[in-house]
Design a protein around this ligand. Sequence first.
Ligand SMILES: [Zn+2]
Length: 315
Amino acid sequence: MSETLFNIILYSFIFIFGIIIGSFLNVCILRIPLKETIVSKRSHCMSCGHQLAWYDLFPLFSYLFLRGKCRYCKAKISKQYPIVEFINGAMAVLCFAFSGFLADKLANINIYIKVGVDPATNLDIVVKDWFASVYDIEAVILTCILCSVLIVISVIDWRTFEIPLSANIVILVLGLIKLVSYWYQDCRYYKFYCDAVGKNPGFFELLYARGRFLELVIGFFVVSVPLAIIYYASKGKAMGGGDVKLMAVAGLFLGWKLAIVALIVGCLYGSVIHIIRMKVSGEGKQLAMGPYLSAGIVTALWFGNNIVQWYGSFF
Ligand SMILES: [Zn+2]
């Protein structure tokens, strides 16, 4: 099979899987602000209440096929459904693409990992570890889930000016999973290194290993603490408590460097777009930060390391 064909099939699967998750996100967006259960209840038409059949629920394509109208009462279906589904599918595709999931790469997965330099000989210490690819896949999947949660947060915050706590808790769990797997991964490679140079590592040395564990932990506080101070000083007027929590849990996932990138970029998006909206559509001063912070977080996920490198090149 040619590589191009393989890539098309691979990415079509990712897209379809993404829009299926997207239709679940629509259910979350609808039901979380109403404090309804997001599982076990069948979806129904918002207008006539008719329960929807499985073929009405097929993401994106049902909407296109029915031309945006309910099959039973012909009421218009909100454009939010296909848009959310499409965006989630597209973001899943981009998450995989930016992490380099292509046929030729998959065929030559690098399972030789440099774990350090031998101080005695000054030579690189390299271990063969096929498990490295599992870490990579895990990282992409976690990133995809984070993007999906950010879509839910953005739409709900846009409409209700509130970020649901449950969504922030999901991101916290994602961050903790990343923290534990980074630690486990770094610990393993550090042990390989210690075996090679004949060292006996202590617990804190193993915890520190390549420093990524600490980077994530600092990420939790680096942006959220200054924001929390602003929140309390302004008695919640300058920003919402949900924004502070979002930047804390997203910071844990991103690590401190990318958390700072996410905040700066998010505020840039927010101020530019909101000023335009105030001018054009006479939008009020009340600003839902969630969508802009989410866009900042996604930018940091996809381009953050490039931005950090570019910034570092000035020094
Ligand atoms: Zn209907």
